[in-house]
Design a protein around this ligand. Structure first.
Ligand code: DGJ
Length: 774
């Protein structure tokens, strides 16, 4: 899996090779990242410089075959003729910024090389090998260990760096990337996943041209602005064709990804901790370790790339005890009650939920101190006995008796100035002497750089978890950082990273103490959706936006990098609280089912007919839960921008979701295709029966009925509660080849008439199809 021959290192996964060589001058030249090669000779990929170029600098005077600026390197420094963006910037012992790291030695080891304080992808008894390459600076006793790990079956290669200072004098690191690669060509598009609160992970594609593009976060966490995962795709790449390279970072703090097209048409890519406000001094004998960067390659388009990342995360990132474990169907109290609840209301909601088949009841914000709105009590996790006279235990017992698990919300990293914690320990909050601290959602960040604060947080959570039966924790984090200062760090350039190390320390302690506790992380929705958090929490609340039409963008964006088993998705009420969009219940479920299904609504407002529908949805999800959560995932090229089509496949079952965000007037007769079927086998395919509220037809209904009723009146409302219009279903048998070729759908409603064979989608309509091999 890893070999060194003829000065070249060859790292292999199941389908890929990653190759670089040691140049005679000691630098590492990147040669190849692509599909497996049969060749043993990699000359084809070497830079062939014969006479330098104009103003370039030769690394060795008089020898014009090594001009660093024109070469594809594995890592580079400063001050030796490479004028592209550098992955490393260090104030050296002599006060200069010049560094020149060259090859010293290598080691090949089994498994992964553990980190002392960062989450590192796990070997988990799979085929995993690591390569450690030691580079040393030509002048000072400073060494870089470049660690490469190959996750053979997932087609993922990880990289990271450990820098050690063995020089007598202190050095200061100002930038140190986890990895860098140069590619010989630059005809790529850069794809990033951008947004903000309630619009996370929207895919943005831009062509690259000469210059530098930065994708980063400076908010203190990985952020909803730009996810740390990026994709570089050849111009002609699409879902199932073409070359693309995906790169992500196992880190939850400020990240930085730079892509540069040089003046000589080479493409340089790097990722790591954001150098923004970063400085890390290293005394003699000290080391610094970067987070792990992970990458994969596909020449069969984005679906294959995503599938590699999904497999990798499910096998090597997710905590072992939750690997391939079914994620429970949740009812979350937040959108049902916000802060306005008491034991009676919660129990009534829980009772309704359990009757529908919900498996986990999560009590969200508002259960402690005097937290009746978001102005107070964060930090005081003593139960509010006015709301919950029976305490958490009383509620938890009640929920368990109904046959459900019990989950609880915390926001451990924060404090409201209006709280007992802040009154007794104002020094626990992140702020600067002499400046008024800036609040975000009326709260301050606790100083996780401080050991005492970390212990306090751990003890507080432990106190709750040891005294109530809690099976699940929703770990929230609701503000960006400001006023960054901690008295616990000498150099404030260490603040951001120390905070994240502090967070990982707490999460490590909690997950060790309560190994069976399932943690869902959240940060105002998807403000911290990253591999660092997934290392501790198998699932993440993807967005506070539960509008299915918005979720199509959010969940599809996330699907490029993260598996469905990690994406928490809930059905809520319509019209939607943030978009006022009125979507059918079927679409709310159809979208959420391509993730970890949950419900987040007051079931009191659900009509009898909708209750029946939800019950059926939950039954269906339970039947196919493994396919939805762990199936191989595919996106299709849609017919236009108003459609999305997703598929999940596991064993002999294939589920297709067809989503229509806007209807066309007089729509064309449509065709859908399935992927991943065996051509010669026979499949039974059927669509899931779903109905539509009569009220959706408004005045049209009067034309269909013998009696005239007011389309907006109380009779209409009453009928709608108990009667819905059936949508056409499709059910037939066909060969795998036929279904891959494309199957024709029944005509959509277009105002020319309706019967039970008419497919009614309209705006925001969708349908799920299940194909099974027979
Ligand atoms: C933000 C989260 O994203 C919501 O789901 C909810 O938990 C609130 N915080 C509670 O304050």
């Amino acid at each position: 899996m890893i070999k060194f021959e003829k000065s070249s290192f060859v790292i292999s996964t199941k389908d890929l090779n990653y190759i670089f060589r040691v140049l005679p001058t000691g630098q590492l030249e990147h040669l190849y990242f692509g599909n497996k090669l049969v060749d043993q000779n990699y000359e084809a990929f070497q830079s062939k410089i014969t006479a330098g170029s104009g103003s370039t600098i030769d690394y060795v005077e008089g020898e014009n075959t090594v001009a660093l600026d024109l070469m594809t390197l594995e890592y580079s420094g400063i001050g030796k003729g490479d004028y592209r963006i550098s992955p490393i910037e260090i104030k050296m012992p002599d006060g200069t910024f010049v560094n020149d790291f060259v090859y010293d030695s290598y080691q090949i080891l089994d498994g992964v090389i553990e980190s002392k304080d960062l989450p590192i992808s796990r070997a988990n008894d799979q085929k995993v090998k690591s390569l450690v390459i030691k580079l040393i600076d030509r002048k000072f006793k400073i060494e870089l260990k470049m660690i490469y790990t190959t996750f053979f079956n997932s087609n993922v290669i990880a990289r990271r760096i450990i820098i050690s200072n063995n020089d007598d004098k202190e050095i200061v690191i100002r930038k140190i990337m986890s990895m860098m690669i140069d590619f010989p060509e630059s005809d790529y598009d850069l794809i990033t996943f951008d947004g903000g609160w309630i619009k996370e992970s929207h895919k943005t594609k831009r062509p690259l041209s000469i210059g530098t593009y930065i994708n980063d976060s400076v908010t203190g966490n990985s952020s909803n602005r730009h996810n740390p995962g990026i994709i570089l795709a050849k111009k002609d790449a699409h879902k199932d064709y073409g070359v693309c390279v995906g790169i992500n970072l196992v880190y939850s703090g400020n990240h930085y990804e730079a892509v540069q097209i040089s003046n000589h048409g080479l493409m340089r890519v790097m990722n790591g901790i954001n150098p923004h406000c970063f400085e890390w001094p290293l005394k003699k004998g000290e080391s610094f370790e970067t987070p792990e960067s992970v990458m994969s390659y596909s020449n069969q388009g984005f679906n294959t790339l995503s599938q590699s990342f999904h497999e990798f995360i499910n096998t090597h990132v997710t905590p072992r005890q939750f690997q391939n474990v079914s994620r429970p169907i949740v009812l979350n109290s937040w959108e049902a009650f916000f802060f306005d609840f008491n034991q009676r209301k919660l129990e009534a909601l829980a009772k309704k939920a359990s009757k529908l088949g919900v498996e986990l009841f999560v009590l969200d914000d508002g259960w402690f101190g005097s937290r009746n709105d978001d102005h107070q009590s964060l930090g005081d996790y003593d139960v509010n006995k006015k709301k919950l006279p029976g305490g958490l235990n009383g509620l938890s017992d009640h929920i368990h008796k109904m046959g459900m698990k019990f989950g609880l919300w915390f926001e451990p990293e924060m404090v409201n100035p209006k709280s007992k914690l802040y009154e007794s320990h104002p020094e626990y909050a992140v702020k600067i002497e002499g400046r008024t601290p800036t609040l975000g959602r009326n709260q301050l960040v606790l100083d996780l750089c401080n050991q005492e604060v970390r212990e306090y947080i751990f003890e507080q959570i432990k106190e709750v978890l040891d005294h109530a039966r809690v099976d699940f924790v929703k770990w929230d984090m609701n503000r960006h950082m400001t006023d960054m200062y901690s008295s616990s760090v000498g150099n404030q350039g260490m603040f951001f990273h120390r905070y994240i190390l502090g967070l990982y320390e707490i999460l490590n302690k909690i997950t060790k103490e309560y190994p069976n506790l399932m943690i869902e992380t959240c940060s105002s929705g998807g403000n911290r959706f990253d591999l660092g958090m997934l290392y501790y929490s198998p699932q993440i609340w993807a967005s506070d936006n539960t509008d299915p039409i918005e979720r199509l963008k959010i969940q599809e964006g996330l699907s490029y990098l993260y598996p469905q088993s990690s994406i928490s998705a809930h059905v809520s009420l319509a019209p939607h609280a943030q978009t006022l969009r009125k979507t059918p219940l079927s679409t709310r479920f159809n979208v959420a089912s391509f993730g970890i299904l949950g419900y987040e609504l007051d079931l009191k407002y659900i009509s009898p007919i909708e209750k029946k529908e939800i019950k059926k949805q939950i039954e269906l999800y339970k039947t196919y839960r493994d396919v939805f959560q762990y199936g191989t995932y595919y996106r299709f090229n849609p017919k236009d921008e108003h459609q999305k089509v997703w598929q999940v496949s596991l064993g002999n079952t294939h589920i297709l979701g067809n989503f229509q965000t806007l209807s066309d007037a007089s729509p064309n007769l449509e065709t859908l295709k399935l992927k991943n079927l065996e051509s010669d086998e026979t499949y039974e395919i059927e669509s899931i029966g779903q109905s539509m509220s009569i009220s959706r037809f408004g005045h049209l209904i009067s034309h269909a009925l013998p009696i005239k009723i007011n389309p907006y009146g109380s009779i209409m409302r009453l009928i709608s509660k108990y009667k819905q219009l059936d949508n056409a279903t499709e059910s037939f048998v066909a060969s795998g080849e036929a279904l891959k070729h494309g199957f024709r759908l029944k005509q959509q409603f277009m105002g020319t008439g309706y019967n039970d064979q008419t497919r009614i989608l309209g705006d925001y309509g969708s349908q799920i199809y299940i194909a099974k091999k027979i």
